[in-house]
Unconditional design. Structure first.
Length: 430
């Protein structure tokens, strides 16, 4: 067993060494971005609540942002094809930096609403470009490991951001004799969200461009090979359109489930359990750290049992922890359940990302990424608004049951769509 593990680690390291310079620069940018997300995910919602806004208003703001992300992703797919993933990502980060600065320092309802729309467009540019860019920079042999390593580094830096965000508002409050958890302390702390957004642009600017003509020429060559393989892998039902529809349906259902709990988990621990901000940051940080472990191990699991089967296994293992969160009223147990749920549910992300990109021809990858982004975030925009209203009514545990139902259906659909295709997990497209 130990020998097998050692071979797996050596094989993983060998694949990491194959990553291209462009892929490594993108991983660095994504890692810095993870820190920024870690800060904002921990304290921006709390900042708005400290300003006196209700959970319902917060849910509305989040819903608008996700709705803008979803609707803009359809147009963003075409933009990415025209200007390339690098420029799309740079544009997205620039937009997010501008809106972050604007919303933090001028948090009026009008600015928050308009900023949520603009921020959604920025997020859309980075989300849609993510999968196609990593696929362009990798071969099938290393692709899952590239997705896994990128995801792991992102969540490790998110752990640092979560933990830092939990501590810095308290430090600012003590240093400047401000009330603990005051709006001004959160506002000053959110500067640590804006600075890394700016720094993210540096490695992105050093990524080497390929001309659009070369990209299209290579895409046409690969398309012929992939389309031939598609016929043997997917048989009668698995056209490119079917793959896009299948992933979109699964992600729409998962998006509804995610919207019920994910954007509000920091509020759940802060408001329901009345935990101090540093503890909330620590819980979210530990969740990110263990997710990183799952992201590193996920490629080895997919190598052993196949991508589709690995996704089904880890998503199924996450479901019991939602029951624990919804039934056992204990902050320590809830924190452990949250962390373990994070490990299993998000361990599927790098495997799923690689699988998506391998199942369609190169010229269709951006369209698939855009449709998944659209369906997931459109569904999420619906459910996140409901959660804000439920929280204002004191119904903090009910959303976990809704999420359990949605995740169970999404996992079952994955089984229906992909399990019959035995060869799908062992013969991905090049």
């Amino acid at each position: 067993m130990s020998g097998s593990t050692g071979n797996g680690i050596r094989g993983y390291w060998h694949r990491i060494r194959l990553f291209s310079p462009n892929a490594r620069k993108y991983m660095l940018a994504n890692t810095i971005l993870g820190f920024a997300y870690g800060v904002s995910n921990t304290i921006f919602n709390l900042y708005l609540l400290a300003l006196g806004y209700t959970n319902a208003f917060l849910g509305g703001i989040l819903s608008i942002s996700f709705l803008a992300l979803a609707l803009s992703s359809l147009a963003v797919g075409s933009i990415c094809m025209r200007i390339g993933a690098k420029r799309a990502t740079i544009l997205g980060v620039f937009i997010m930096t501008f809106t972050a600065l604007w919303r933090v320092w001028f948090p009026t309802p009008e600015v928050l609403i308009l900023g949520a729309i603009i921020e959604g467009v920025g997020y859309s540019l980075t989300w849609v470009a993510y999968g196609p860019f990593l696929s362009e920079q990798s071969a099938s042999y290393e692709r899952t490991h590239l997705f896994g390593t990128t995801q792991a580094l992102n969540v490790i830096s998110g752990f640092v951001g979560n933990t830092f965000a939990g501590i810095i508002p308290v430090w600012i409050a003590i240093t400047f004799a401000l009330p603990i958890d005051s709006a001004i302390a959160f506002q000053l702390a959110l500067i640590s969200w804006i600075i890394p957004l700016v720094v993210t642009l540096v490695p992105l600017l050093f990524i080497r461009d390929h001309t659009q003509a070369i990209q299209l020429k290579e895409a046409m060559k690969i398309d012929r090979n992939v389309e031939n393989e598609q016929k043997s892998i997917t048989e009668k039902r698995r056209s490119v359109l079917w793959i896009i529809v299948a992933f979109s349906v699964v992600y729409a259902i998962l998006g509804i489930g995610a919207g019920f709990i994910v954007p509000f988990l920091n509020v759940f621990f802060w408001d329901f359990y009345n935990l101090p901000t540093p503890i909330v940051g620590l819980i979210q940080g530990l969740g990110s750290a263990t997710v990183a472990l799952g992201a590193f191990l996920a490629p080895m699991l997919s190598t052993r049992i196949g991508k589709a089967r690995a996704i089904m296994v880890v998503q199924t293992l996450s479901l019991p922890f939602l029951v624990v969160l919804a039934t056992i009223i204990n902050p320590f147990i809830a924190g452990i359940a949250y962390i373990l749920r994070q490990v299993f549910m998000t361990a599927a992300i790098p495997i799923d990302g690689a699988l998506q990109m391998e199942l369609v021809p190169t010229s269709w990858r951006t369209h698939l990424s855009a449709m998944i982004t659209f369906s997931f975030n459109l569904a999420l925009a619906f459910s996140v608004q409901i959660t804000g209203q439920l929280y204002d009514l004191g119904l903090y545990l009910l959303p976990f049951w809704f999420t359990l139902i949605c995740y169970s259906i999404g996992t079952a659909l994955y089984v229906i769509f992909y399990k019959p295709e035995k060869r799908l997990t062992t013969q991905p497209g090049k």
